[in-house]
Design a protein around this ligand. Structure first.
Ligand code: F3S
Length: 430
């Protein structure tokens, strides 16, 4: 790989062994990808804190936290001193809710280790957002900005809605990027790889959050890891807002591996279909009409059998303030059924706003729990005795049966709240 003089000096050890190890990792990674060079990044989203027993055992060795971070962040069995980060680095979600460790399966020892690692990460310069939606709480990169992000639903939002540039990175590459402010220049950093390959033509209106989740699931399954452009001949009746695009992207990146999409007239690199396609012909033109919509709904709900619901999970991806407001309006004056639990996940920065605006109080008065930092899939936790759950996220409906063996019903937020209050699933395609 071609390195600048500054990068060569970092790789040669000028700035100490931590920077040298990080450069070594990025160079090996970049060469494996055939990247020509590195690119400067000032925006990293990764996993910096630790809580797992295996990580704790490394932190108990000589070198302490640096030994664990060398192993798990830099792929180095030699413990090196970890320097302060050069790039703005945001922490993504965790494996548990720091305010409800008992509900999300974290024991006391893990919590104590996590708290220590949290202090250490903050000292290095990590900003502890603890969410899969950093773009909802202040990390909003600009169009064309080179980023190094993990988390599929965040990556697709960053590339598509914001027009910034990232590949789906891993724990080690984001950690090395935090230290060096560099990432290999390949994949979606290159303008020529950002053009659409597949055209999806809508024959139905796509308006609600449920509609966008369904369409995302269909698109991901159909194009897998290619780049789709969505177009509607008759036009969209409503411009999709943040929650709708968040649900669309999360679904497309879980049923397939989509990391970048365009919506003609909506997303920043696609004022027209032609612009999104780079003036080329699409590899395939795919139609999405009533039949496809219904088939997708049935597929997502294929695991829903039992209509008695023990659990309703909202907030995948983490809920925005607007979604918490909607949920609180639906819940006001009602009670969650005694046989059911309602958990709603949001970033802790948004929870602070929900507290201030009275939404938390309404949710809790109804018997729901407002949770942060994690979700059911990542923490692998659902209330004890859960056999069937209701969700308003196609992504979560995809993961719950596969990861936790729970039946899942997918529907609108209103249908999910109704299920929480009655203990029965009565939803259907609207
Ligand atoms: Fe976020 Fe968990 Fe969904 S990390 S995108 S809420 S699976």
């Amino acid at each position: 790989m071609k390195l600048t003089d500054e990068e060569k000096a970092m790789a040669d050890g000028r700035d100490g062994p931590g920077v040298q190890k990080a450069m070594d990792l990025l160079i090996r990674y970049g060469e494996a990808l055939d990247a020509e060079r590195l690119v400067e990044t000032r925006n990293v989203c990764g996993m910096i804190t630790m809580s797992m027993p295996v990580q704790r055992s490394f932190a108990e060795r000589k070198g302490g936290m640096d030994a664990a971070l060398s192993e798990f962040g830099l792929d180095s069995s030699e413990a090196v001193e970890i320097p302060r980060f050069r790039a703005a680095t945001h922490h993504l979600q965790l494996g548990f809710d720091t305010n409800h460790p008992e509900l999300t399966g974290a024991d006391e020892q893990s919590m104590q280790f996590y708290r220590k690692s949290e202090v250490h990460a903050a000292k290095l310069g990590a900003q502890l957002m603890n969410t899969c939606t950093p773009y909802q709480v202040g990390n909003v990169p600009t169009r064309g900005e080179h980023c190094a992000w993990m988390e599929s639903s965040a990556v697709i939002y960053c590339n598509s809605v914001l027009g910034a540039r990232t590949n789906t990175e891993g724990r080690e590459s984001t950690f090395a990027a935090a230290i060096t402010a560099r990432i290999p220049y390949w994949g979606y950093h290159l303008p020529e790889n950002r053009f659409a390959t597949h055209l999806v033509e809508l024959d139905v209106d796509v308006a609600t959050t449920e509609d966008w989740g369904l369409l995302g699931y269909f698109v991901g399954e159909t194009v897998q890891d290619r780049v789709p452009v969505i177009s509607s001949k008759r036009g969209l009746s409503r411009v999709p807002n943040l929650p709708r695009l968040k649900h669309f992207g999360a679904a497309a990146s879980s049923s397939g591996g989509v990391e970048l999409y365009h919506i003609a007239g909506v997303t920043p690199d696609a004022m027209t279909v032609e612009q999104a396609l780079g003036q080329k012909k699409p590899v395939e033109v795919i139609r999405y009409g009533e039949a496809e919509r219904l088939a997708t709904y049935e597929k997502i709900n294929a695991f829903g059998k039992e209509r008695d619901i023990q659990f309703v999970m909202l907030g995948c991806p983490h809920y925005s303030l607007e979604q918490l407001w909607e949920a609180s309006v639906l819940l006001e004056g009602r009670k969650v059924h005694e046989n059911c639990r309602l958990w709603i996940f949001t970033p802790h920065a948004i929870k602070a706003l929900a507290d201030m605006n009275g939404y938390t109080k309404i949710i809790e008065a109804a018997g729901g729990v407002l949770m942060t930092d994690t979700c059911s899939s990542v923490s692998k936790s659902v209330p004890p005795g859960t056999r069937a759950a209701a969700v308003d996220s196609a992504k979560q409906a995809h993961y719950l049966p596969a990861m936790l063996g729970v039946e899942a019903w997918f529907g609108t937020t209103a249908q999910c709240i109704e299920a929480a209050c009655t203990g029965r699933w009565t939803g259907g395609l609207q």
